[in-house]
Ligand binder design. Structure first.
Ligand code: ZN
Ligand code: FE
Length: 240
């Protein structure tokens, strides 16, 4: 079984560290900082040999250069990441990426950034979605349209219920409060809000989430059309 470990970074980012137990190959996803990722690997006696980047933002690429310098790791990223990071392999829709014996397919999921990608490990049933999909929410539309985000949400929603989703930030509690505000009669949302609030009180990581949970409790995935997603996104931008 694939191992995936959260490495907290910056204020609310997660660097995800994954390991293929058969080959011992270790990759980090979106290391916004180098030191937490290198420390987490060292503590386990792991050696990082790959960096997977979902989008160009500095809180997802800030550690790339230093981790590469320290470990020789190969950086796989969308072309847009070259703005801030060295890139060894540029990938796009349909490309395959191997981490030891594990294989991911690259999805292009533009809207948070124009070149944002996801890494979908189909056999392992896990997907790294960066800042496009969050537990009970979605990313801000900095470089794209509601149409694109709606298409992304539909694509995620078509995955099997038990696919685990690894997001770039610990935003679940704020998202849950918004979800409860816009779907006050949704019992699954109310229940999850209570559970997430308790987890955060205990300092626990609320991720990964699953496609099944998101289908039941994520207003952006549940939006029936582009207009509703756009309305929710605009409302969320100023919700507190
Ligand atoms: Zn981010
Ligand atoms: Fe971002």
């Amino acid at each position: 079984m694939i191992e995936v470990i959260p490495v907290p970074a910056l204020s609310d980012n997660y660097i995800w560290m994954l390991r293929d137990p058969d080959s011992g190959t270790v990759a980090v996803v979106d290391p916004g900082q180098d030191v937490p990722a290198l420390d987490a690997a060292n503590q386990r006696g792991w050696r990082i040999s790959q960096i997977l980047t979902t989008h160009w933002h500095p809180d997802h690429t800030g550690g790339n250069s230093a981790i590469k310098a320290a470990t020789g790791a190969i950086i796989t990223a969308p072309a847009e990441a070259e703005r801030l990071s060295p890139v060894d392999r540029i990938v796009a829709e349909g490309d395959r990426v191997s981490v030891g014996g594990l294989e991911a397919m690259v999805w292009e999921i533009p809207s948070h950034t124009a070149g944002h990608i996801a890494f979908y490990f189909e056999e392992a049933k896990i997907i790294f979605v960066g800042d496009t999909l969050f537990a009970m929410g979605c990313g801000r539309l900095f470089e794209g349209t509601p149409e694109q985000m709606f298409a992304n949400m539909q694509r995620f929603a078509a995955l099997p219920d038990d696919v685990r989703i690894y997001c770039g930030h610990e935003y679940t509690l704020a998202n849950a409060r918004f979800a409860a505000h816009v779907e006050p009669d949704n019992a699954a949302i109310a229940e999850r809000l209570a559970a997430v609030a308790a987890m955060r009180t205990r300092g626990e990581v609320t991720l990964p989430t699953t496609i099944g949970e998101e289908r039941a409790t994520n207003p952006f995935m549940r939006a029936p059309d582009v207009a509703e997603l756009a309305r929710l996104r605009t409302m969320k931008d100023s919700f507190s």
